[in-house]
Ligand binder design. Structure first.
Ligand SMILES: [Cu+2]
Length: 276
């Protein structure tokens, strides 16, 4: 092919225009927001570690009610951090997977973490059997801590994808009480899933229009309002989920979908792409 000067100039000008257009079309990467969100989870993983160590110690006492209390106390931090589960899939499986997510379910050696321990405490009342799993859970939390130190695992599209997925998972799936089948602490899970989502949304407030901020904030508060009657100030544990009737569950479902819809509006306003 013979390249004339003219065609070379046309090619250069065209690619410059395309490049400029590409730059203009790129949304911001929201790096300060991502940093702020991850900073909160680094703090929460530091909260998580001693709670899991306490759980191990409680299992070793052989006292069932102590073990139950330590289990419940140990649940909140990870239920917030899991907004970013897609950034540490192995740790998420090791820490928090339920049997359905694993081939072979409960019988698989892959099934471990909180829900393995939950069944040993609440269903089997076999604390000794739970001890090696609590030891392994401490290692998994350490590994999670390492992952959270590397900001390269995290970005804004993953952040929003995680918020939206969890705001959907609560009403679409967790509402069945499948997560805390044995401990009956689903309300505690909903609460900390929402707190975790909102911790990640907060840094985006300063780059959003006030009406969208207000809408997301109101939707979050409405979620928290639906579960408020089931908590006692100063106590981690919630009322047993099995005591909540269909109408009360319905209110939780509606509030979480409304929250999701508001977050979706924020995502559009931020021109946030889906994760690559
Ligand atoms: Cu979870």
């Amino acid at each position: 092919m013979k390249l004339t000067l003219r065609s070379v100039i046309i090619a250069i000008v065209t690619s410059c225009l395309l490049w400029t257009g590409y730059l203009v079309a790129q949304p911001p990467d929201y790096h300060p927001q991502v940093l702020a969100g991850v900073a909160y989870f680094r703090q929460r993983v530091d909260d998580q570690l001693p709670l899991v160590e306490d759980l191990l110690a409680a299992l070793k006492t052989g006292d069932l009610s102590k073990a139950k209390m330590a289990y419940v106390d140990a649940r909140p931090p990870y239920e917030e951090i899991e907004v970013y589960a897609g950034s540490f899939e192995q740790e998420d499986t090791d820490i928090d997977a339920r049997p359905y997510a694993i081939d072979g379910g409960e019988n698989s050696p892959e099934f471990k973490g909180f829900h393995k321990i939950e069944a040993f405490i609440y269903r089997d009342e076999d604390l000794a059997a739970a001890i090696p799993y609590a030891e392994e859970l401490i290692d998994s939390i350490q590994s999670l801590k390492t992952k959270l130190k590397d900001i390269n695992h995290f970005n804004a599209p993953l952040n929003f994808d995680g918020m939206l997925s969890l705001a959907t998972e609560v009403p679409a799936k967790k509402i069945s009480s499948e997560e805390e089948t044995w401990s009956d602490q689903s309300l505690l899970i909903f609460k900390h899933n929402w707190i975790g989502i909102h911790s990640q949304f907060k840094p985006y407030k300063k780059v959003l229009d006030q009406d969208i901020v207000d809408e997301v904030e109101a939707a979050y508060q409405a979620c928290m309002k639906t579960i408020e009657p089931y908590f006692t100030p100063g106590k981690v544990a919630a009322t047993p989920y099995s005591s909540i009737n269909a109408k009360q569950r319905g209110a939780i479902v509606k509030a979480s979908y409304d929250y999701r819809d508001a977050l979706l509006k924020a995502k559009d306003a931020l021109k946030m792409p889906d994760p690559a």
